[in-house]
Design a protein around this ligand. Structure first.
Ligand code: KIV
Ligand code: ZN
Length: 393
């Protein structure tokens, strides 16, 4: 089984989510949880962005011992120097250099010709190589870069000393077949490609970030970059938990897996949500409140007979205690009866039927029927039917 390295950028690209601002302690708390989750690489920030960001990266570098700590840097010496300072105490430091390569960025943002882009990036990598053994180079907006130029840039980066070349779909523009093809083309055409790792960095503007990352894996990517809960610029980045669980659940298909401690996924998701203030949507894959909840009677009946009828992975795998059978208007008698038993009620068939009818009436008026609602409904019943009793343990 091929190992896929996990590069977590929750603290850098994730922090670029509008409205998110983590202080130093919060960054360290998340980084330590990422270390427990077993991510291989943590991008802790962009040291040249502000003195606070530099200090944040330095604090993470001091605290984390079991993951590579990465600082982002533009392709300029002042940025590289700021990253050197921030990463001074890292056990295993890495510099992440980037420069845009797409025609749109070359023309409107950088105002550079292709040759200047190549020379600027090469000079930055060679300068950084004096101080860093590990250098990742990202041709920003690779997704909209001419494929032959991307090959040229990758070849230059390898020659200059990059150890990882990352392919960012910066604006989430590509589909899985196009993104996968970039990896295939680089693998087949760039001399020296076997000496480095290839990485995938996707954004979710069209909702394809996870699919694109998986397409990259199928076409030879060694590393995926992403964030917890998929937070990040605009619509966010690839969700690390989604890629990890897709590889885990479909191992035979992908023949690749991460070395994450999957049972730490849920805890990590909650912590990131709490500290960033970004709620996780209920229907979010893997970590949403409804990801392991079942409401319809047919599904609940199936779940009670055999969980694999409606669950392709178990909640325990990501560190949750159990699936939830939520009682609502679609729920059936089977789940209702189980709920009563769970709550300590032992009712005969007739009482269950009577209570179930009342429950259905209530469920038509109320979105979620809670334990207290059921208790109230049964207390009424207790008054009129004395044979109903509560189990004592
Ligand atoms: O999306 C992007 O292009 C980035 C780069 C800095 C890698 O985040
Ligand atoms: Zn990004």
């Amino acid at each position: 089984m091929r190992k896929i390295y996990v590069f977590d950028t929750t603290l850098r690209d994730g922090e670029q989510s509008p409205g998110v601002n983590l202080n130093m302690q919060e960054k360290v708390e998340i980084a330590l949880q990422l270390e427990k989750l077993g991510v291989d690489r943590i991008e802790a920030g962009f040291p040249a962005a502000s003195p606070g960001d530099l200090e944040g990266v330095a604090s993470v570098a001091r605290a984390v011992r079991n993951a590579t700590i990465i600082g982002l840097s533009r392709s300029r010496e002042q940025d590289i120097d700021a990253a050197r300072e921030a990463l001074r105490h890292a056990q295993d430091p890495c510099l992440h250099l980037f420069l845009a390569t797409s025609p749109i960025h070359r023309k409107h943002k950088l105002r550079m010709e292709k040759q200047q882009v190549l020379e600027t990036a090469e000079a930055a990598i060679r300068y950084a190589k004096k101080y860093f053994d590990k250098i990742e180079f990202s041709p920003e907006d690779a997704g909209r870069t001419e494929l032959d130029f991307l090959c040229e840039v990758t070849e230059m980066a390898i020659r200059a000393g990059a150890t990882v070349v990352n392919i960012p779909d910066t604006v989430g523009f590509l589909n899985p077949s196009e993104f996968g093809n970039i990896f295939k083309t680089l693998k087949e055409n760039v001399p020296g490609i076997e000496k480095i790792q290839l990485s995938a960095h996707c954004h979710d503007d069209l909702g394809m970030a996870t699919a694109n990352a998986l397409a990259a894996v199928l076409n030879g990517a060694d590393q995926i970059e992403g964030t917890i809960n998929g937070i990040g610029e605009r619509a966010g980045n690839t969700s690390i938990e989604e890629v990890a669980m897709a590889l885990e659940t479909r191992q035979e298909f992908f023949q690749a897996k991460t070395s994450l401690v999957l049972s730490e996924i849920y805890r990590t998701s909650r912590l990131v949500s709490k500290l960033t203030g970004m709620d996780v949507p209920g229907n979010k894959a893997i970590v949403g409140a409804n990801a392991f909840a079942h409401e319809s009677g047919i599904h609940q009946d199936g779940m009670l007979k055999e969980k694999t009828t409606y669950e392709i992975m178990s909640p325990e795998t990501i560190g949750l205690k159990e699936s939830k059978l939520v009682l609502g208007k679609h729920s059936g008698r089977h789940a209702f009866r189980e709920k009563l038993v769970d709550m300590g009620y032992d009712l005969g068939d007739e009482q269950v039927n009577a209570a179930f009818a009342k429950f259905k009436d209530l469920a038509d008026k109320k979105k979620n029927v809670l334990d207290d609602d059921i208790r109230a409904l049964l207390e009424e019943k207790l008054v009129s039917t004395p044979e109903v009793y509560v189990l004592d343990s």
